[in-house]
Design a protein around this ligand. Structure first.
Ligand code: ZN
Ligand code: ZN
Length: 351
C-alpha cells in the first residue's frame, strides 16, 4: 500500500508538520487523486489560527469543524490514481482539477446546485482532509474537472481564488458596461479577478491596494489605473476619475476596505464582498437607500460556475497570475510568507 504523506495541522496556532499514514482505499463512488499541485490560500491562515477575527475582541471559533491532525489545502489538481467499485475505472490516469466545495448532496441548497453554501458541507481542506498531501480522497468523480490544455499550477488555484473572483465578477456583469469596475485588494484572488475582469468586461478595471508593489503588478497586468486607499485623497481621486463607481469587488473584506469601496460608489452602485480579513464595518444606514446601494457577499462558487470558469480560461487566454511553485515540505514557510504579506500572486505547492 502506498503512503499518504501530509503537511498536517496538528494543533491550532502551531506550525504544520509532516505526518505519514496509509493511503486511503476509495470505496463506492470515491476517487483517489494523487496531488500534483495545491494552492496556498489566505483562508488557510484562518484555519490554522482556528478562528476568524470579527472585529474588536470578537472571534468566530472554527476549531470544532474538524478533527486533528487535519490536512489543509483546497486548490487541488492531480492525477486519478484509484477509483471505488462504483466509479468508472476508465478515469484512471486522467489529470483533473478538484472542485473542493462539496456539500451534503441532499439538502435543498445542494439540490439547487449551490453545494458551496451547504450548511452540512464536506468542503475539502476545510471540513474534510484536503490537498497539502500526496493524495486526496474525493467522494465522487463529478467533482473532478478536466483542465487541459491549462497548466496544473494554473488550474489548481482556479478552484478557489479563481472561482471566488469569477462568481463575484459575474454578479457585476449588468453594471460593467457603465464604466470601469473597481477591484479592491490585489492578493491572489484580486489578481485573479483582474485577469478575469479583462476577459469579461468591456473596460479594463481600476484597482486599489495599499501596497505599492501590488499596484505596480496590477498595472503591468492591465489595470487602467491604480489607487492607494490609505492616501486621504484616494476617494476624491476615484470619484474624479470615474464620476462614481457602478460596480466594485472588495477582495479584502475589512472595515477600512469597505469604507473605501462603499465611499466611491455611484448612485445605484454595487459592491460584492469576497474578502474575509475581518473587523466591523459601519455605514450611515440612510446612505443605503440614498445611494440605492447594493452590498452582496459571495462564498467561493458553485460546481456549474467552476465549469464555466474553466471554459472561460480555455477560450479567453486568461493571463495566469504570477505563481511561485514550492515543494510540499515548504507549506509552513509558504503560509508564513503569505501572512507576512510577502507574496505577490499565488503560491502553489508542487509535487
Ligand atoms: Zn481559498
Ligand atoms: Zn447540502
Amino acid at each position: 500500500m502506498s503512503q499518504l504523506r501530509r503537511q498536517s495541522l496538528v494543533a491550532y496556532g502551531e506550525p504544520l508538520c509532516e505526518t505519514i499514514a496509509d493511503c486511503p482505499t476509495p470505496r463506492g463512488s470515491e476517487v483517489l487523486v494523487r496531488v500534483e499541485c495545491c494552492g496556498v490560500c489566505h483562508s488557510d491562515l484562518h484555519l490554522q489560527d482556528g478562528y476568524f477575527a470579527l472585529g474588536g475582541d470578537k472571534r468566530l471559533d472554527i476549531t470544532k469543524d474538524r478533527a486533528l491532525p487535519f490536512t489543509l489545502g483546497h486548490e487541488i489538481s492531480g492525477v486519478i490514481e484509484a477509483t471505488g467499485e462504483a466509479a468508472d475505472g476508465a478515469l484512471l490516469g486522467r489529470r483533473v482539477a478538484v472542485y473542493p466545495w462539496i456539500g451534503c448532496g441532499t439538502c435543498a441548497v445542494c439540490r439547487a446546485g449551490d453545494e458551496n453554501m451547504c450548511s452540512a458541507h464536506r468542503h475539502l481542506g476545510i471540513a474534510v482532509d484536503g490537498g497539502y498531501a500526496s493524495h486526496v480522497l474525493v467522494p465522487h468523480p463529478r467533482y473532478l474537472l478536466d483542465y487541459a490544455p491549462l497548466a496544473a499550477s494554473f488550474a489548481a488555484p482556479l478552484m478557489c481564488s479563481g472561482l471566488t473572483a469569477y462568481a463575484a465578477l459575474k454578479r457585476l456583469v449588468s453594471r460593467a458596461d457603465r464604466g470601469p469596475v473597481l477591484l479592491v485588494g490585489l492578493g491572489g484572488v484580486g489578481m485573479m479577478g483582474l485577469a478575469l475582469a479583462r476577459a469579461l468586461f468591456p473596460d479594463p478595471p481600476i484597482v486599489a491596494d495599499i501596497d505599492a508593489e501590488k499596484r505596480k503588478a496590477a498595472l503591468a497586468a492591465g489595470a487602467a489605473q491604480a489607487f492607494d486607499p490609505s492616501d486621504p485623497q484616494a476617494r476624491r481621486a476615484v470619484l474624479t476619475a470615474t464620476g462614481g463607481v457602478m460596480a466594485a469587488c472588495d477582495f479584502v473584506g475589512s472595515d477600512k476596505s469597505l469604507q473605501f469601496t462603499t465611499g466611491v460608489l455611484a448612485r445605484g452602485g454595487k459592491v460584492v464582498v469576497t474578502g474575509l480579513l475581518g473587523g466591523n464595518f459601519s455605514i450611515a444606514a440612510a446612505m443605503i437607500p440614498i445611494k440605492a446601494m447594493t452590498i452582496e457577499g459571495t462564498l467561493t462558487g458553485s460546481l456549474a460556475e467552476a465549469h464555466e470558469l474553466l471554459d472561460l480560461a480555455r477560450s479567453a487566454a486568461i493571463t495566469p497570475i504570477p505563481t511561485r511553485k514550492r515543494p510540499f515540505q515548504q507549506a509552513q514557510a509558504a503560509l508564513d510568507d503569505l501572512r507576512a504579506g510577502r507574496v505577490v500572486g499565488r503560491t502553489v505547492l508542487s509535487a
